[in-house]
Design a protein around this ligand. Structure first.
Ligand code: F55
Length: 803
């Protein structure tokens, strides 16, 4: 039964009355949010249960996506959309003079991730359910999500993100599924009836309690489970945790999400977190397999279970599965290794050396003595296996344990049957540069899986007007089958459609302008170019290049050289310990202040750095963007995903030929993207020959010199130290990100953008082409490829949901 407006209104009244003794007139948005989310829960719960039973009965293979981060954002509207209720509920609320958007804004973002990697994991969850595959998420229920960002005097300050303060409406505590995880102590191997068995002494036992979140698939999809683990003192171990400090140490395990997205720190707590959710997840998988599926033959495990390792953070899963198979289930080593390799697969998300996890052998031996023994044995066998077949150098370069450190990427590769990169160029660089030795050893294990995005969220939820225009032109079926979006290209010459497209964009820009006014007090002109760069702040992503462009525009305007009106919008968090990134934030904020208050500039140029960029803010900014800034140093951005979201919303991309930008260009054609900058060979040439001398470039290019000098000549107030730091960085021969090398080409690309902007019709046509071709980055397509090539899944057969 489809939900009707009248039925919804009845349910709403009942919930408000039961929960709060309120009615629709008196209830606050937060009360209304609680009531509507309860109705949504009632809507999917029966189906959630049915699916779990179908899974057990059909014994179809399932994938478990292990990720230390999941970044779903808010869930109310996306669950409504996926249930097929969004329109009905929006209209029913409007009948009651209530606004769904305001009610939905009462939901805190579930920000259990840093950026692209965590967001991708959440998109995969949604997509698995929507495409009909049984996929389970396995992660950590952080008490505090990614920090809230505030600007104080232009500096970034971090505040705790206490997202659970008001309780989460989607999670279900499943205490009966708790498992125990052991840390520390000593391990002795003793002979137990001919089986060498570990005996533990003095270890600490922590209870892992799962909180399950339903992942509601779109339309006739499945309802899957995202399982997030919390750490508690086991009731039977209370005496071993006598003091508050002892207990707090256990709770600390799942207390915070590490806020660094590029630079791992070899911290003990992080290692504990990694082992904690990996061990808990694998134990619960084996419990399901041996108890619910009643399967005693572990050699068949790979027919039922795929475990995916999202970056190296869960790579200990390889050693932990070996431990469970060998120690607990008494499977011999070779058989266990064979099972493990068939079960495990691994995605790499970066080639940046500083992000490659390496754990100190001593630390690991103390915290996880048995795991360290097992990794040592995996390493030993790996070396023995290669001896005589390849050179000793290759063995030294590829082995897991080196210089007293465990190389997690090596463990992940050696223990998996599949290793993938996240865009074509990235995979190619893994194969030919970063993981070349491994590629030579195991060419068949390597494959590419270009990232994707949830078009449902980025079009249907964030941009309903554009979605309606697609309905009116190409019909509604694109909502189920994104291939159909290509038909939008047929309207390339349709003046009416092009006008509608520009009206919708203007409308979205007006909404964002209103929001900017509320948040910052700054008035921006919605008819200006909205030029957007939203992503984590990192030197390689080069928000600095955008800054130099802004300074150049400012200098032109001061000198009376005209440019089309432009509003540059940034959203970016810096890792709290990342000094350079924080300096960039300060300089951008001071530059913004200077420009926004300069009467000479008036409203020709505005620079808006919005605080606290997260999924919810992305949903406001992205539909209003005209220009999408994707300007990383070529070879450094593995894929990028904001590039895809912005494209789907009709922004035109200015891009280096990095990550998935290359595939965007392939999709839309070179006339529909502004590409510029060094190619990968030029970048590697600079590195190989140490031939990058930015000071020469600076001395020989008056325009560049003037823009760069603004950082140190007192032009920008209140940031002389930070300006100097940026200046020194740009001019150093060891500047890795080649900012000045791309400056001139970037200015040319921006000049072309200005030219195109003046040709309104052409701009709209290019925008239309970008929207049409964003179908290529539909995450459902990405998931189909993972399911087929890596996980070997079949779709679950279920009766149509009765919603
Ligand atoms: C988080 C923690 C550590 Cl220790 C290291 C990295 C991260 C992290 O957040 N990485 C991340 O977001 N990587 C990004 O992954 C995206 C999805 O594949 C890519 O699109 C993007 O290029 C990459 O930087």
């Amino acid at each position: 039964m489809q939900l009707t407006k009248e039925e919804f209104k009845k349910r709403l009244e009942r919930k408000l009355d039961n929960y709060f003794e309120e009615d629709v007139k008196s209830a606050s948005n937060s009360d209304l949010y609680a009531a509507v989310s309860a109705i949504v829960r009632d809507g999917y719960t029966p189906q959630w249960r049915r699916i779990r039973i179908a899974e057990t009965n059909q014994k179809q293979k399932q994938v478990y996506y292990f990720s230390i981060e999941f970044l779903p954002g808010t869930l109310l509207k996306s669950n409504l959309l996926n249930l097929g209720w969004l329109k009905t509920v929006r209209e029913a609320l409007a009948d009651l003079h209530l606004d769904l958007d305001k009610i939905a804004a009462a939901e805190p973002d579930m920000a259990l991730g840093n950026g692209g990697l965590g967001r991708l994991a959440a998109a995969f969850m949604d997509s698995l359910a929507s495409t009909g595959y049984t996929g389970n998420g396995n992660g950590i229920r952080y008490k505090y999500g990614l920090f809230k960002q505030k600007f104080v005097n232009g500096y970034q300050k971090e505040l705790p993100n206490d997202w659970l303060k008001k309780e989460d409406h989607w999670e279900v505590r499943r205490e009966s599924k708790s498992v125990l995880v052991r840390f520390g102590g000593k391990v002795n191997m003793v002979d137990d009836n001919g089986w060498m068995t570990p005996q533990y002494e003095g270890e600490r036992v922590v209870r892992a309690v799962p909180y399950d979140v339903a992942v509601v698939g779109y339309k006739d999809g499945l309802t899957n489970t995202l399982r997030l683990w919390d750490a508690e003192v086991p009731p039977e171990e209370e005496l071993n945790y006598p003091t508050i400090t002892d207990r707090r140490r256990v709770e600390d395990l799942t207390s915070i999400l590490y806020p660094d997205d590029s630079n791992y720190e070899g911290r003990l707590l992080r290692l504990k977190q990694e082992y904690f959710f990996v061990s808990a997840g694998l134990q619960s998988i084996l419990n399901y397999y041996t108890k619910d599926l009643d399967n005693k033959d572990l050699t068949k495990l790979p027919n039922y279970v795929a475990v995916h390792i999202n970056d190296t953070h869960p790579a200990m899963a390889i050693a932990e599965l070996m431990r469970l198979l060998v120690d607990e289930h008494r499977v011999d080593w070779d058989t266990a290794w064979n099972i493990t390799q068939k079960v495990m697969s691994y995605t790499n998300h970066t080639i940046m050396a500083e992000a490659m996890e390496k754990w100190d052998v001593n630390m690991m031996s103390q915290l996880l003595p048995r795991i360290m023994q097992i990794i040592t044995e995996i390493d030993r066998r790996f070396c023995v296996g290669l001896k005589g077949h390849v050179s000793d150098d290759v063995i030294e370069r590829t082995r897991i344990i080196k210089n007293g450190q465990v190389q997690m990427a090596h463990l992940a590769i050696i223990g998996s049957h599949s290793i993938n990169g996240v865009a074509a160029l990235h995979t190619q660089l893994l194969e030919t540069k970063v993981l070349k030795d491994f590629y030579n050893l195991y060419p068949d294990r390597f494959n590419n899986k270009t990232n994707g995005i949830t078009l449902r969220r980025w079009l249907q939820i964030a941009n309903p007007e554009l979605s309606d225009l697609l309905d009116e032109t190409i019909g509604k079926n694109w909502r189920n089958d994104s291939d159909e979006m290509l038909n939008f290209e047929k309207y390339y010459h349709d003046t009416k459609v092009l006008h509608k497209l520009s009206d919708i964009k203007l409308d979205n820009k007006k909404k964002l302008a209103k929001f900017i006014k509320e948040r910052t007090g700054i008035v921006v002109d919605p008819t200006a170019i909205f030029d957007v760069q939203v992503k984590r702040l990192h030197a390689y992503k080069r928000q600095t290049l955008k800054l130099l462009h802004i300074l150049k525009l400012y200098q032109d305007l001061k000198a009376g050289i005209d440019h089309p009106k432009r509003v540059v919008i940034f959203g970016a968090k810096a890792a709290p310990s990342y000094v350079f990134a924080k300096q960039v934030i300060k300089v951008i904020n001071e530059t913004a202040n200077m420009i926004n208050n300069d009467p000479d500039v008036n409203d020709k140029l505005k620079v808006i750095f919005l605080e606290d960029y997260d999924v919810s803010l992305a949903e406001r900014i992205i539909p209003a963007a005209d220009v999408s800034e994707q300007i990383s140093t070529t070879t450094k951005e593995a894929s990028g995903t904001s590039n895809m979201k912005l494209m789907a919303n009709g922004a035109l991309t200015v891009a280096t030929m990095d990550g998935a930008n290359i595939e965007i260009k392939d999709a839309v054609g070179e006339d529909n993207i502004f590409s510029f900058g060094l190619n990968k060979d030029q970048v590697y040439k600079y590195y190989a020959e140490h031939s990058y001398h930015p000071r020469e470039m600076y001395e020989n290019d008056a325009v560049m010199k003037k823009a760069v000098d603004a950082l140190i000549d007192g032009t920008i107030p209140n940031c002389s130290a930070e300006g100097q730091a940026l200046f020194n960085n740009f001019l150093g021969d060891n500047e890795q990100f080649l900012v000045l090398a791309d400056f001139e080409a970037y200015l040319r690309a921006q000049a072309k953008i200005e030219q195109t902007w003046k040709q309104k019709r052409l701009w709209e046509q290019m925008s239309l082409v970008n929207i049409a071709h964003s179908e290529r980055f539909d995450v459902d397509k990405t998931i189909e490829r993972y399911a087929e090539d890596i996980w070997h899944l079949k779709k679950l057969e279920v009766e149509k949901a009765d919603r």
